[in-house]
Ligand binder design. Sequence first.
Ligand SMILES: Cc1ncc(C[n+]2csc(CCOP(=O)(O)OP(=O)(O)O)c2C)c(N)n1
Ligand SMILES: [Mg+2]
Length: 334
Amino acid sequence: MTDTAVEVDQQTRLRLYRLQVELRRFEERAYDLFLENLVKGTSHLSLGQEAVAAGFAVAMRPGDLTFCTYRGHAHTLARGASMTGVMAELLGRANGILGGKGGSMHLTSAEHGAMGSYAIVGAHLPIAAGAAWSAAERASGQIVACFFGDGTTNIGAFHEALNLAAVWRLPVVFVCENNLYMEYTPIASVTAVPNPAADRAAAYGLEPLTIDGNDADAVYEVATRAYERAREGAGPSLIEAKTYRKGGHSRADPGTYRPKNEVAEWLARDPIDRYRARLLESGSGIDEATLERIDGEAQAAVDRATEEAKAGPEPDPDSISTNVWHDGGSAWRN
Ligand SMILES: Cc1ncc(C[n+]2csc(CCOP(=O)(O)OP(=O)(O)O)c2C)c(N)n1
Ligand SMILES: [Mg+2]
């Protein structure tokens, strides 16, 4: 990958800041609603990992495609899905983006290029490669970003997808969000190499790329270069973003298996606190008042989305047998 500097202009920086704050406030609210027992089913938050979702999404173009895991609230929102629609989906309401039938782990908004959240670890990597193959065949100019965790790098589908993507030079960017744990297992205790994604890159002829996943500028820069490379027909990239989840793996997991000093160290590297400080110190004229206004707008948007989601009706039981197929039907066909 070329090292040409990527300019992160002021407008982009403000977008990155706003998006990270929106994602943070949204998921904090989702957690509160979970504690009130209003969120149906399980949920996996990416609190602490917002810079990855924001940086990769802001560097994308409309029409590009995103594939993510069950930890997919941030990636789906970052592509432009409505907060109300996503919140209502978590609550299982009819005004959810999937009519309340998908829930937290299956968020999808094809109109925004959010091509699904996959609950089976690794399942979406070959699908993302397939979507990239389709984009290349159609010469559509689209690129695909595929997000997954550190644990996914030990799944066969990771290696199968990487190999074919490299052989066929597909326009896909594989992004490993290395948050150091797969559920309750430290990744280092079950992986042969220290950098679970980057240290495997050479096996597919790819450059090993590790970045600070808690630095939105670093994420935006590497994303911009990888997307450019994909659009130019130079093939896939594999990027390992080092990050950390603020809380547990899912729902009520308190995450007590993580050493206290490790947690403290990572909390001190909070992506939003760091970005805020950088903007204020940048000498670009971004002041406290501007950031406070953005903070207030983000909170107001989440409050509005919560009210609208809660006001949504329960799904009609008859809707259970609709929308199994893209055309809305559900009858068995072969
Ligand atoms: C094929 C498969 N095996 C096991 C599971 C159970 N499981 C759900 S999440 C998870 C951990 C995945 O860790 P990682 O890839 O690091 O992603 P993270 O949750 O940290 O974002 C596991 C093992 C699953 N969903 N699918
Ligand atoms: Mg992980």
